[in-house]
Ligand binder design. Structure first.
Ligand code: NAD
Length: 430
């Protein structure tokens, strides 16, 4: 199958490309290298050194005997998409080419605008390129489990049955995301669903859990490895913990540390994406997959990293730090994830095995992590709380006071004034 990977130079994109090639697919990819630039802009770098794309493709040809067709450029450039779509004629598109960091999107207005512009307009361009050149093509689009937020009910796979005033319907499950980045994915999901309903497109919207791991089986040589970021913006929680362990820093769960999230090994994430590509959605079908294997809370994860580190003689402590994010720190979290299993997905790894491999890989690059150690601890706050109470607490009080009577919200010093306090930093009440 002709598979076009948007974001082929990234963490998942490169791993997927190697795996699809080994399964006999023809692979082309686009990238504008913004991940490399953005990580540089927060004064960090991948712990695992990543050759420039020409060298990666050369290594792939030399070691695996497979060719990748690469187009350098931005998916916001519609003329580039016209060229790629008309030359390569994709049968399947995997769209990974987005700004993927929640903290990065929360640094400033400019970062939020950049993230939503890049992600939402990029995805729209893909939909229009499909409309112009290959309506029958299947789009696999990477969303995130973070689109749902942390509701106090089980999270279904995209849709749930609602009964309201005696009538029933199957409706999209509400999305309550916690950052400008996650919001961009919610907008994408709505656009994708629209294209399937109105233009009869076929699409799989992947609610991806946090992916961890340094390698897939095709990475038989160091030049084929994928990137590994550990800074506060681009390093996910397992990455940051492992990097901290390797340089002898304490692991730093945010806040109370009972936040639960869905996780999946890189090898298994690639297995899931391969299933999505090889068993496509039908015409006019908007399919949602919750793509995760296991749910962990972030303190439990820290304990697992401590245990794995001890096998390498690393003595590691855990120190909770104030939470820079506005999120529930102790909450219900139940996620349905059957669709991929019904299509044949079988998890192949346990997190304990993969932690050993990550630590072994990172120990070789300890010096590179030390060089950028200052980028690990969080600096980006969701709100600069100037009021005596955190905004989350005020929000909770408002909602308790609300109790069905909306006038009570405006009577009290409500959200808008809280927001003003935090945004202008003056400490004066509106
Ligand atoms: N890695 C995870 O744990 C995880 C979890 C949930 C969702 N996701 C989603 O999966 C996708 C891939 O994630 P990743 O970790 O591989 O991220 P990544 O940043 O490593 O990969 C994305 C790639 O797309 C490129 N890109 C971004 N905008 C582009 C544009 N406008 N034009 C061309 N190229 C562009 C980047 O340079 C990068 O190489 C992202 O959409 C991300 O939001 C990832």
């Amino acid at each position: 199958m002709n598979v076009l990977i948007l974001g082929i130079d990234g963490y998942i994109g490169w791993s997927l490309a190697l795996h699809l090639l080994s399964r006999g697919h023809t692979v082309a990819g686009i990238d504008n290298f913004s991940r490399r630039t953005n990580v540089g802009s927060v004064s960090s770098d991948s712990a695992i050194p990543i050759p420039e794309i020409g060298k990666r493709i050369e290594a792939c040809e030399r070691i695996l005997g497979k060719k990748i067709r690469f187009y350098e450029g931005d998916i916001l450039n519609y003329d580039l998409l016209r060229k790629v779509f008309s030359e390569f004629r994709p049968e399947s598109i995997v769209h990974l080419a987005e700004q993927p960091s929640a903290p990065f999107s929360m640094i400033s207005r400019e970062h939020a605008v950049y993230t939503q512009h890049n992600n939402v307009e990029g995805s729209l361009n893909i939909l229009y390129a499909m409309k112009e050149f290959s309506e029958n093509c299947h789009l696999v689009k990477l969303g995130t489990m973070g689109e749902y937020g942390t509701p106090n009910v089980p999270i279904p796979e995209g849709f749930f049955e609602v009964e309201y005033r005696g009538r029933k319907d199957l409706m999209p499950f509400p999305r309550q995301p916690n950052s400008m980045y996650h919001l961009s994915k919610v907008h994408d999901s709505a656009n994708l669903h629209f294209a399937c309903r109105v233009w009869n497109f076929r699409a799989t919207d992947v609610m991806q859990g946090v992916v961890y791991g340094t390698r897939v089986t095709e990475m038989t040589d160091d030049t084929l490895l994928t990137r590994f970021d550990f800074d506060e913006s681009f390093g996910t929680v397992i990455n940051r913990y492992c990097a901290q362990a390797v340089i002898g820093f304490p692991l730093t769960p945010y806040g109370a540390g009972h936040q639960k999230r869905g996780f999946i090994d890189l090898v298994d994430s690639i297995q899931c994406l391969t299933i999505a590509i090889e068993k496509p959605a039908d015409r006019a079908q908007y399919r949602v997959f919750n793509q995760l294997d296991e749910v962990y809370d972030i303190t439990g994860l820290a304990e697992k990293v401590v245990e794995a580190s001890s096998k390498f003689g690393l003595k590691v402590e855990v120190n909770h730090v104030p939470n820079p994010r506005l999120e529930k720190e102790d909450h219900y979290y139940e996620v349905e994830h059957n669709h991929l299993r019904e299509l044949g997905f079988r998890p192949t790894r346990k997190i304990e095995q993969t932690l050993d491999i990550i630590l072994e890989d990172l120990l070789r690059y300890r010096e590179r992590i030390l060089q950028h150690k200052d980028a690990i601890m969080p600096r980006t706050k969701w709100v600069e709380a100037k009021s005596p109470k955190p905004v989350g607490e005020l929000l909770h009080e408002r909602l308790v006071a609300y109790d069905g009577d909306i006038s009570k919200i405006s009577q009290k010093d409500g959200l808008a004034s809280t927001h003003r306090l935090s945004m202008d930093g003056s400490g004066t009440k509106a």
